[in-house]
Design a protein. Structure first.
Length: 325
């Protein structure tokens, strides 16, 4: 009896030690961040929306000191994105190919693999949800929840072996899925780097020179931003089709982003409207002579609050007059 008791106590102690040795949710996310940037891998996956399903393939490898990425859409017209270090090239049917200076691919990939976990920790809670299985792989599940409730959350499945994400569910404030990234197969091998060497030899479109503008030059401001959202850039331009003058500011918290547009109200302006399609919300409202529109990956309630907080010094008149022809 004594031996049985001692053995049971030893087993409990061993299990407790193993449990305490399990990495925290934040540590798991840091491991995922490192793996996503340093491993050579290929993942075939589907992006599942409310009324859509898009099969895709993404390859990543280190070529010399640079990170290379190659994203291909596997159905419909040929579309692909190529990243070589700090340059990303886009190839879309109906548009001339172009390259921008960036180390982030704008495409249906989990935003979490292209963000700073330490920055996210200021505005999000990371919670370990235990073990699960996805795409035939043993996984650790982590929930990423905003501290203020004014943005969306994520449920993330991380492969225990490679530490790469194999599933990511974007959830609304009620916990319902808006979008899912679900891997079908994942291969980690140095052979990916050999194949990606060919991208280094491709002749890609030259890098576009984007105009820079000063945020302080705008005559309006957003006075109530959700905590953690910072201005990324501001712009003043005319819409290509209508030649309508528009000013805009973009904000990001490192995981989600949205833009605020200001234009002079006209006969076709809608007094107020709000539309949500998947993760994307559009909220438009008239204030004085200005039409204010918020577009981005935030809940409708947050978009409305941001739009109502815009303060205009001249009722939007100058926003139209100052745009260069």
């Amino acid at each position: 009896m004594k031996k049985t008791l001692i053995g049971a106590l030893a087993l409990v102690g061993l299990m407790s030690a193993q449990a305490s040795a399990e990495p925290s949710a934040e540590a798991l996310l840091h491991q995922m961040d490192v793996a996503s940037d340093t491993l050579d891998y290929e993942v075939s996956y589907i992006m599942v929306g409310k009324n859509s399903l898009e099969p895709m393939r993404f390859r990543h490898a280190r070529v010399g000191e640079n990170a290379f990425g190659h994203l291909m859409y596997l159905s419909g017209p040929p579309r692909e994105v190529i990243r070589r270090g700090d340059e990303v090239s886009y190839f879309e049917p109906g548009y001339d190919p172009f390259t921008i200076a960036s180390d982030h691919i704008v495409a249906p990939l989990p935003t979490l693999i292209q963000t700073d976990i330490d920055v996210l920790a200021r505005q999000y809670d990371f919670v370990s949800m235990g073990e699960s299985r996805e795409a035939g792989m043993a996984c650790q599940v982590v929930r990423i929840t905003p501290k203020d409730g004014e943005r969306y959350s994520y449920l993330l499945w991380i492969d225990e072996e490679s530490k790469l994400p194999v599933r990511a569910d974007l959830l609304d404030r009620d916990g319902d899925p808006l979008e899912q990234y679900r891997a079908l197969s994942l291969v980690v091998t140095p052979r990916i780097s050999e194949a990606m060497q060919q991208l280094a030899e491709l002749t890609l479109p030259p890098v576009l020179k984007l105009p820079t503008t000063s945020r302080s030059s705008l005559d309006w401001q957003v006075t109530q931003l959700p905590d953690g959202f910072e201005p990324v850039y501001s712009n003043r331009h005319r819409l290509m089709m209508t030649k309508r003058a528009v000013e805009s500011q973009m904000f990001s918290d490192g995981l989600f982003s949205f833009s605020v547009y200001l234009a002079k109200a006209d006969d076709v302006s809608v007094r107020e409207q709000i539309v949500r399609q998947g993760r994307r919300t559009l909220h438009s409202v008239i204030s004085g002579n200005a039409e204010i529109t918020v577009v981005g990956d935030i809940p409708p309630e947050t978009a409305k609050r941001v739009a109502n907080s815009v303060r205009i010094t001249d009722n939007g008149e100058k926003a139209s007059q100052q745009v260069e022809q």
